[in-house]
Design a protein around this ligand. Structure first.
Ligand code: ADP
Length: 430
């Protein structure tokens, strides 16, 4: 199939993998057909889409690397015909005084030749709201939300104007709730006023989805938007698109069903327990046997092979915190994590390549990254949401030439019955 650059409206650059899926999911729900790429593709996009989200891993790398990666993504998106660029970061504005939100924003503004953009991590569906420039997570200020203790990006100041000003040479201002509540024309007037004051980047207040939808028309003229995933809900309308089931359409699902889970989060532990309690076919993997050099992945595949005909199989390393700590104490945190990820990725690859799995649920952010790599997936088409932030996706790769449906669930997402519900949703869609 030939490239269809003319159809690309919105080009998005996300600073991490699950954040990219979160944005893609919001765009699909608002009516866009979306493809997510893993890193910057080598060649042109070979499928039709209204928006492309390029997933980078640039949140905590040195600022110069983040800038270089983002500019490479920009050039590729421009080559695909993107009319507007959206730089997506975390809804908790994860950054350090050195960046990377400020430096990347500045570099994108320079490259696009624009003197003004917005910055708002507001995502009311996920309880992230911005008021008078202060970011709230749930009922508390960002700096009281636990994010002040984040190991890589501690957020000790909830005032986003100050936080961003520390990261950029451009003047940072505020489009406050009074303007947003008054509607798009008031936001446009505020943008004009800020421009006249030489402000280059404006934090925008938003405490509800209505705020995001109301401001959206005023954002249509800006070449660059920077935001969490919330702002996305109002953008398809700017391109004449409205919510439709068509946007989430994926090819028909086929093949056997499997779940690979390496997340040890509370929600995932509950989901594994729920699946087992329902009588699901499940195999727990023992990290100590992996450490001893046993071929745990091959054993898991041999276990799964005869059972796949009877329904979904679950292969998991998911464990309660004490068990995880015990393994980490013996092997080291990083070594334990990498070893388990390698094993689960080999299981995922074997299930798809050798055992006819065509519908795969992966639980865990890092686990997902390892599995996507092992499955040699370069891009995903985003389908319907299963639970907030978790859509079904479809990919074709050398490992899955006939196509694979997969969903990548980050740790704390999803209801307890997620593993059962996910496959049922796919059947309903068929
Ligand atoms: P989440 O999205 O819940 O944070 P991740 O996949 O990102 O899940 O992270 C879980 C990490 O824990 C991975 O590096 C995984 O390999 C590791 N892990 C999984 N199971 C175990 C276990 N039983 N013992 C130690 N580490 C584990």
């Amino acid at each position: 199939m030939s490239a269809a650059p003319a159809s690309i409206r919105l080009g998005c650059i996300a600073d991490d993998f699950t954040g990219a899926t979160d944005l893609a999911n919001n765009l699909v729900r608002a009516g866009m057909r979306v493809v997510q790429t893993i890193g910057v593709p080598e060649g042109p996009l070979d499928t039709d889409a209204d928006a492309v989200v390029v997933a980078l891993k640039s949140r905590t790398v040195p600022a110069a690397d983040a800038v270089a990666q983002s500019l490479e993504a920009l050039r590729w998106l421009q080559a695909q015909g993107a009319k507007q660029i959206y730089f997506k970061y975390c809804s908790t504005f994860d950054s350090t005084p050195a960046g990377n939100i400020g430096p990347v924003t500045e570099a994108l503004m320079d490259a696009l030749g624009t003197d003004f953009t917005i910055a708002t991590p507001a995502f009311p569906d996920n309880k992230r709201t911005v008021f008078k420039g202060y970011l709230f997570a749930g009922d508390v200020l960002l700096s009281e939300s636990g994010m002040q203790n984040h190991p890589l990006t501690p957020m000790t100041d909830p005032n986003l104007v100050r936080v961003l000003q520390a990261q950029t040479r451009r003047r940072v201002g505020l489009i406050d709730h009074v303007a947003v509540a008054a509607g798009a024309d008031a936001v446009r007037a505020r943008i004009q006023a800020l421009r006249a004051e030489d402000v280059g980047i404006a934090i925008v207040d938003a405490v509800s989805n209505d705020d995001l939808l109301r401001m959206a028309p005023a954002l249509a003229e800006l070449p660059l938007l920077t935001a969490g995933s919330g702002v996305a809900i109002g953008l398809p309308g700017n391109f004449g698109l409205s919510p439709s089931n068509q946007a989430a359409a994926l090819p028909a699902a086929q093949g056997r069903c499997a779940i690979v889970s390496g997340s040890c989060s509370v929600a995932t532990n509950g989901q594994v327990a729920d699946f087992v309690a329902r009588g699901g076919q499940a195999l727990a993997l023992d990290p100590l046997r992996m450490a001893a050099g046993e071929d745990v992945a091959a054993e898991a595949l041999a276990w799964a092979a005869p059972r796949l005909n009877n329904g979904p199989v679950l292969v998991y390393s998911t464990a309660e915190p004490e068990a995880v700590r015990a393994i980490q104490a013996r092997l080291g945190v990083e070594e334990a994590g990498a070893m388990v990820e390698r094993t689960l990725a080999a299981v995922a690859r074997g299930l798809v390549a050798e055992h006819g799995v065509g519908r795969l649920v992966v639980a865990g952010g890092e686990t997902s990254g390892a599995c996507v790599q092992a499955l040699e997936i370069a891009q995903l088409r985003i389908g319907a949401q299963i639970d907030p932030g978790v859509p079904w996706c479809h990919a074709v790769s050398p490992i899955a030439p006939a196509g694979l449906h997969l969903t990548l669930k980050s740790g704390n997402f999803g209801t307890p019955d997620f593993f059962t519900k996910a496959f049922a949703r796919l059947d309903q869609a068929a």
